[in-house]
Ligand binder design. Structure first.
Ligand code: MN
Length: 243
């Protein structure tokens, strides 16, 4: 984590050091990252958030090459396309989340929905991982997992089963349902819990581009590595607090 490989990461660390204190770090960590309102004329509506770690930080579970392609090509393309399409709609001024909820039910805005939702899902995905993550959560979060699934092992199995069972491209989610209980769900393609009643807490990208360079067709091995070595439980906790 000490090897800051990109300029933005370096700048962010410098800023944190200057301003000092965990409170600011916590504030940044919980900042709604995709609520960029439309900027001035000609300025892109939505930005491409960097993962909160260097591109090689998740090795050996996810390679630098995977993160460079996944973030620099795939995620960037969704953001660019959403910015390009939204310019010609009457939906200026909406946050990314608002745009996703609005376009989900508009049949003539499918391309905009797909690209906006993919932009949001990817930003959420990066922040749900960290170097040295994974394994069971602790404290109150473990209690919630035990209540909902009967134990961490059963929860892990539910995530792996959802990953294996999602036919084609999509996303596996840990969500908090309206009643407050945790649940595992899957969405196809650009689907996102933002358009339903549940609160997204964590997501695993199961599009082939997320794992093919490192795992080829072995989605199950990627899903196991995600659960055992990558999950950022602090991110899940922050999402529960932010509800
Ligand atoms: Mn992806």
């Amino acid at each position: 984590m000490e090897r800051a490989v990109n300029r933005r990461e370096t700048t962010r660390r410098g800023f944190l050091k200057t301003a000092g204190g965990g409170i600011l770090a916590l504030a940044l960590a919980t900042l709604p990252f995709a609520k960029t309102a439309f900027g001035a004329e000609g300025k892109p509506a939505f930005d491409l958030p960097e993962p909160p770690y260097p591109f090689d930080a998740l090795e050996p579970h996810l390679s630098r090459r995977t993160l460079e392609f996944h973030h620099g090509k795939h995620h960037r393309a969704y953001v660019d396309k959403a910015n390009q399409i939204v310019k010609d709609t009457g939906l200026a001024g909406l946050s990314l989340e608002e745009l996703i909820r609005k376009t989900a039910s508009l049949p003539d805005k499918t391309a905009l929905f797909n690209n906006a939702a993919q932009a949001w899902n990817h930003a959420f995905y990066w922040r749900g991982m960290k170097p040295g993550g994974g394994g069971p959560p602790k404290g109150a979060l473990l209690d919630l997992v035990n209540t909902a699934f009967g134990g961490y092992g059963a929860f892990r199995e539910a995530m792996l089963k959802a990953a294996a069972g999602q036919f084609g491209s999509g996303w596996v989610w840990l969500v908090r349902e309206k009643g407050g209980k945790l649940a595992v769900t899957a969405t196809g393609n650009a689907g996102t819990p933002l358009t339903g009643g549940a609160t997204p807490l964590l997501t695993m990208d199961v599009w082939e581009h997320a794992y093919y360079l490192d795992y080829q067709n072995r989605r199950g091995d990627y899903a196991a590595a995600f659960m055992d070595s990558l999950v950022n439980w602090g991110f899940v906790e922050n999402n529960l607090k932010a509800e």
